[in-house]
Design a binder for this molecule. Structure first.
Ligand SMILES: [Mg+2]
Length: 383
């Protein structure tokens, strides 16, 4: 088999899809979304395809991964690793279709039947976020995720800590002890502030604190841990097994959250997840992106014994009449039920992309950027 052509599609709300063609007529799909950097990621995909992968046999995934990574003198970083992530996923989709098997069968076979998915709940006030929590539980979710602090807060006053406490307390009171709650710091606060915040929210028993500090400050994670019993998680802004190496070997967190669409694809995240298992670290694949990236996550979740809960931003509980899932021929492919989903059993990623809709949406001018946030004094805040 030979890869004969490819197309990259930038589509709303902020996703990049890749379609690989072969001389056998088989087509593979991947997702190389890196929100805010779509144009650069598309260019990186085109560079790898044009200079290396066109004309190659798609079956040799590991050789191609090594070439896409080691073949570059300047390597790593979110843009190249997202390009590799999308291409690697499309290669696995092709391999599955070639052998008539879901990717999870080719990766070793099922370790589980299904996996919980979590739902993000928003709202700045305690009542707004607890209402959102009630809705999510009503919709069937058992795991929720909320932001610890709102966007412009430096966390330098007791009032800010108290507001965070009120919001988390309101959600815990609303949903009870059966529901798991991830509290995301989003790397928004300083290490000093994160210590206080971690201590203040501990009594509400979060499942874990997500990204308590930014990736540049991982050596500070033990300082946070000293102030809370809540497990720590991180990893959405790490892009390879080498980036995860220290936090796994030093057991700096309890949960890692790589994203196949930005961390080198199915091949790389499988290796990262297996390394985490050796340190008794759980895996919660991040995936705030599109349905192709989500399908790749589910294939991994089936074979990763230490997978904990799967992220998603697709309103997965409402597949009918859902614009985010119109990119699939069958929006019910993930089978949401009782708070969990299953990897589709079809060949490859198990989904059928609605190609006409992708081509139609790709005509729109999509260049999503995150907002720039400011503190009250005009200085730049973390988003
Ligand atoms: Mg996060």
């Amino acid at each position: 088999m030979e890869i004969t052509d490819y197309q990259v599609f930038s589509v709303p709300p902020r996703w990049v899809f890749l379609r690989l063609e072969t001389d056998t007529g088989l087509v593979g799909w991947g997702e190389a979304t890196l929100a805010g950097h779509s144009k650069a990621t598309v260019a990186a995909v085109e560079t790898v395809m044009d200079h290396y992968l066109l004309g190659k046999d798609p079956m040799e995934i590991e050789r191609h991964w090594q070439a896409m990574y080691r073949g570059q003198y300047f390597r790593d970083g979110p843009i190249l690793m997202s390009a590799i992530g999308g291409i690697d996923t499309a290669l696995w989709d092709l391999k599955g279709k070639h052998f008539g098997a879901p990717v999870y069968e080719l990766l070793g076979g099922r370790a589980r039947d299904h996996i919980d998915v979590y739902q993000w709940i928003g709202g700045e006030s305690a009542s707004a976020v607890s209402d959102a929590a009630a809705d999510a539980v009503e919709n069937g979710y058992d795991v929720l995720k909320m932001e610890a602090v709102a966007h412009t807060e430096r966390l330098d006053s007791p009032e800010t800590i108290e507001r965070a406490r009120e919001r988390v307390a309101a959600v815990r009171e609303e949903v009870g002890e059966r529901i798991d709650l991830v509290v995301d710091f989003s790397g928004r606060v300083t290490t000093g502030a994160a210590k206080r915040l971690a201590a203040a929210l501990d009594e509400y028993d979060p499942m874990f604190y997500e990204e308590p500090v930014r990736p540049a400050h991982f050596e500070a994670l033990p300082k946070i841990e000293a102030h809370a019993t809540t497990p720590l998680g991180t990893g959405e802004r790490l892009y390879s097994r080498w980036a995860f190496q220290d936090i796994i070997e030093d057991r700096l967190v309890d949960v890692i959250q790589p994203d196949p669409s930005s961390a080198g694809g199915i091949s790389e995240v499988k290796k990262i997840a297996n390394a985490a298992e050796t340190a008794d670290i759980s895996v919660s694949l991040h995936s705030p992106f599109g349905p192709i990236a989500f399908a790749a996550c589910l294939q991994l979740d089936m074979v990763v014994p230490n997978a904990l809960a799967q992220g998603q931003d697709l309103e997965i509980h409402d597949p009918e009449d859902n614009d985010l899932l119109r990119y699939l021929r069958d929006p019910t492919a993930f089978g949401f039920e009782d708070g969990h989903v299953r990897a589709p059993d079809g060949p490859g990623l198990g989904i059928t992309v609605n190609e006409e809709y992708v081509r139609q949406q790709a005509q729109l001018d999509v260049d999503w950027q995150n907002p720039i946030w400011y503190h009250d004094d005009g200085s730049i805040a973390e988003w």
